[in-house]
Design a protein around this ligand. Structure first.
Ligand SMILES: *Cc1c(COP(=O)(O)O)cnc(C)c1O
Length: 355
């Protein structure tokens, strides 16, 4: 048990009334959670206070050298309460990101208890419409006021909550993705497996290129040979071969180990499909797709859960995947995962925390 200070807002905001106009990450709930860290003292003063601006010295190390990590999770409304999905895994991963970035780790129980304290106040900010959720953004930043490049002695952990709309406003829909063969996102030995801000800063230019060419997302290749498939923006990639085998790039240190990725693999195996994690050569994939062997492709991530892909653009060629529609494996994984998250499908895996 941790002593979490609660300061309720005296000016509760008006909650959005139209769940179809929420968008993503633009509206925030009434409160936020903050916990400070100081080297030698550890984590101290966990508190839930009104959501509002942080006060930071302009010399704060996060603003200069990017010592920052984050997580992304969702609170789902069920018929009689709320569900969190594999939330402990998010916090385990946050500690792995922290370790890689030379930042302070935090006991999982403190992550859990403090989040529950925040949700106790703001869970009713969760929208109602199907496909919507309360997005949870745990973040950790280095707060030393010092321009020297070294691990900070002070960190701030905070969590903000954002009621978010359905990822697919008009139902699950396939997207086209652009394979980036010039710019790279991460290299082995770097920070690709950590959820740290710099990885996303490095990805933005390619995103602009992809949008310009009419693609929804960027698919990254490995940073050394630019030949092996890594992942997409904030999603891991899966390819269905001949309707029965799911193939996904193996975790190699530069790919983020998605919780949705792991869940989709477990579910696929449970559904009797073969699942293979291996190095995937983009040339092989393109050749296999042209021969009709790749029957489906989809991305996995907390935001979209499962995102069907029906076209891959590589070196000026536009290669269709499957028949252009949402594949049966993709649809079934989407339905089952979202069903478990919202309490409509029984959770036989122990993934749900009910609150
Ligand atoms: C968050 C993220 C994912 C997906 O992870 P989930 O745990 O499934 O949400 C995949 N790739 C990157 C780069 C990410 O940041």
């Amino acid at each position: 048990m941790f002593d979490i200070r609660i300061q309720r807002t005296t000016q509760p905001k008006v909650k959005p009334t139209d769940d179809s106009k929420l968008g993503f990450g633009k509206i925030f709930s009434d409160h936020m959670l903050l916990i400070d860290y100081q080297e030698g003292k550890g984590w101290y003063d966990p508190r839930v206070i009104p959501h509002g601006p942080l006060s930071l010295d302009p010399a704060s190390s996060v603003l200069h050298y990017g010592q920052e990590i984050f997580e992304g999770a969702k609170l789902y409304r069920t018929k009689d309460g709320y569900n969190l999905f594999r939330i402990r895994d998010n916090f385990e991963r946050m500690n792995q990101s922290a370790a890689r970035m030379g930042m302070a780790t935090m006991p999982i129980e403190l992550y859990m208890e403090s989040l529950l304290a925040l949700l106790a106040l703001d869970k009713d900010w969760t929208p109602h419409k199907e496909g919507t959720s309360l997005y949870i953004r745990p973040t950790m930043i280095a707060t030393d006021s010092c321009l020297g490049v070294s691990a900070a002695n002070n960190y701030l952990y905070y969590v903000i909550l954002s009621p978010s709309g359905a990822y697919y406003a008009s139902g699950l829909a396939p997207v086209a993705i652009y394979v980036e063969d010039q710019l790279v996102r991460a290299v082995r030995g770097g920070v690709g497996f950590a959820k740290t801000g710099g990885n996303y800063a490095a990805s933005i230019l390619a995103g602009i290129k992809a949008k310009h060419e009419g693609y929804a997302q960027v698919m990254w290749l490995d940073g050394v040979e630019q030949r092996y498939i890594e992942e997409v923006g904030a999603m891991n990639m899966m390819f269905v071969y001949e309707n029965r085998k799911v193939v996904t790039p193996a975790l190699n240190g530069s790919i983020l180990a998605g919780i949705t990725r792991d869940s989709a693999m477990k579910l696929a195996r449970h559904m009797g499909l073969e699942v293979e994690e291996r190095q995937m050569d983009i040339h092989e994939l393109i050749a296999d797709a042209k021969q009709g062997k790749v029957t489906e492709a989809f991305g996995t991530g907390t935001a979209a859960v499962v995102s069907p892909v029906n076209l891959i653009g590589y070196q000026g060629e536009r290669v269709p995947i499957g028949d252009g529609n949402i594949g049966t494996v993709t649809q079934k994984l989407y339905d089952t995962l979202t069903g478990i998250q919202t309490g409509k499908v029984e959770d036989t895996f122990g993934w749900i925390t009910r609150i």
